[in-house]
Design a binder for this molecule. Structure first.
Ligand SMILES: [Zn+2]
Length: 489
């Protein structure tokens, strides 16, 4: 399989575009341009001041960003099966909160555009994400590199086609409803993104990380023992990344914020964005006129504990909103109006896929319903003449907004990736998981080797993959992020 790398702006292009005409010397006109540029740099430096962590506050001479936002309700209008848990046995009955999809369009001083689309959904498969991005390419000219499609991973949203599909005891009638809903959803997301782009107006963009501590490492702390624990164990990343977008009057238009933690407070039969849903509601109350967009971070092994009540989901939502409010109330970094985007698809190798005879045997041996459904799905593929792949096409994306780096990775990303990426690229970066393809758990090699838990062991059953990951995926992913992050400003 070939790695596809797509740069909206190839590395070095920004500089190359400004180099001399290739004659090997600097002309007098170019000398004048260099002088003016140096003068501008001096002026810009004069308007910068140093922040607490050493980064420079950039004060823009004018409003060179453009930004547009849009939001739309994506709550199913009829009963649809709910995503995230295998234990539910019938579709949703009512709603606690509407589910939302939201889009922020950002365009830099050179008219380079980008879209962040966030959804109150458990996940979108790569097939569905690619379809949305293909339609957006046609309608807006924005490439895959320029669009981040992130799901909050709420476990109180609808199932979408081809995502986690093996875990549900769902009949063909309900499956058809899921497919109809997904069709409608794709149309809504494309229209939403186009609307955000049409709403673009001059803006300023700011970023900074905050902190909130309700995530608990669910592999290292037993939920049932939680009230007796005096000390929580395991890795965490309590960061609350925040992007703030202001219009020319200084009003907040959009707040993009994230957290790395499973939205699994609720497990009933009511539609709800879970704690991210309540956090968005709270922020939109705090900042009237602003649209709040939540993105999921590397929250695969983090749970909000304790959990299982609507008041608890509200509490965590309010805690997260309060963390965002604090970031907004304190000085934030104003981002220079310069955007770079890069995206690639890399092969993640899996163990050898099973053959037909082995699958027949496994199907007889398994006692877990969705393991059996997985074996049936693999057998059906083989019998249709499909070859089971030995590698998975995995999306890796990096953005640079002024000084702010954003890494967006697919799958259920473990917190170890956020921690490692911050060591490699700096503690201020934003890390998104669950982006562009919510496929299986993405463990580090150490986590894979120590059989992190049932979720890693069974992830390929859930996500309809033929086998488990081969060791070595961590290096492949991190190396690709580093490669993509080498933008030449
Ligand atoms: Zn999950």
């Amino acid at each position: 399989m070939v790695s596809i790398v797509m740069y909206d702006n190839p590395p070095g292009a920004w500089l190359k575009g400004r180099q001399s005409t290739g004659k090997g010397h600097i002309s007098s006109q170019e000398r004048r341009i260099i002088c003016v540029t140096c003068l501008l740099l001096v002026v810009m430096c004069c308007s910068a001041k140093t922040g607490g962590d050493g980064r420079q506050f950039f004060t823009s001479p004018d409003l060179a960003w453009k930004a547009g936002v849009a939001a739309t309700v994506i709550t199913p209008q009829e009963p649809v099966w709910m995503g995230g848990y295998s234990s539910r046995t019938y579709p949703a009955e009512r709603k606690v909160l509407d589910l939302w999809a939201k889009a922020l369009y950002l365009e830099d001083a050179r008219k380079r555009g980008s879209l962040i689309i966030t959804c109150d959904l458990v996940g979108l498969s790569k097939t569905v994400s690619d379809r949305i991005k293909d339609e957006l390419l046609e309608k807006t000219g924005l490439s895959k590199a320029q669009i981040i499609l992130n799901c909050s991973h709420t476990h109180s949203g609808p199932v979408t086609s081809g995502n986690l599909i093996n875990i549900y005891p769902i009949d063909s009638e309900n499956l058809a409803v899921v497919d109809q809903y997904t069709e409608w959803l794709c149309e809504q997301l494309v229209a939403l993104a186009v609307k955000a782009m049409q709403n673009a107006e001059p803006a300023k963009v700011f970023s900074r990380n905050g902190t909130v501590r309700f995530q608990v490492n669910r592999r290292k702390n037993m939920e049932s023992e939680l009230t007796n624990l005096t000390e929580l164990k395991g890795a965490n990343d309590y960061s609350v990344p925040v992007l703030k977008v202001e219009d020319k009057q200084g009003n907040i238009k959009a707040i993009v914020f994230g957290y790395a933690c499973h939205p699994t407070v609720l497990n009933g039969y009511e539609w709800c964005g879970d704690y991210p849903g309540f956090a968005q509601v709270e922020l939109e109350k705090l900042y009237p006129g602003a649209t709040a967009l939540f993105f999921q971070g590397a929250g695969a092994d983090q749970n909000p504990l304790p959990r299982r009540s609507i008041p608890l989901a509200k509490q965590y939502g309010k805690e997260l909103a309060a963390a965002v409010e604090r970031v907004i109330d304190e000085p934030m970094w104003e981002l220079q109006p310069r955007l770079e985007t890069a995206y690639s698809e890399i092969p993640l190798e899996m163990e050898n896929p099973p053959g037909e005879a082995e699958l027949v045997k496994l199907k007889e041996e398994y006692t877990v319903d969705y393991y059996i459904r997985w074996a049936e799905s693999m057998l059906a593929k083989l019998r249709r003449g499909e070859k089971l792949p030995s590698a998975y096409t995995y999306p890796v994306q990096v953005w640079q907004l002024g000084d702010q780096t954003i890494v967006a990775l697919g799958g259920e990303l473990m917190i170890s990736y956020a921690l490692r990426l911050k060591e490699l690229l700096g503690e201020n970066i934003f890390v998104m998981g669950y982006s562009n393809d919510v496929t299986g758990y993405i463990p580090s090699d150490a986590e894979l080797a120590t059989k992190w838990g049932e979720e890693i062991e069974s992830s390929h059953f859930e996500f309809d993959l033929p086998a488990k990951w081969k060791p070595g995926l961590e290096k492949v992913i991190l190396d690709e992020v580093i490669t993509l992050s080498k933008f030449n400003f």
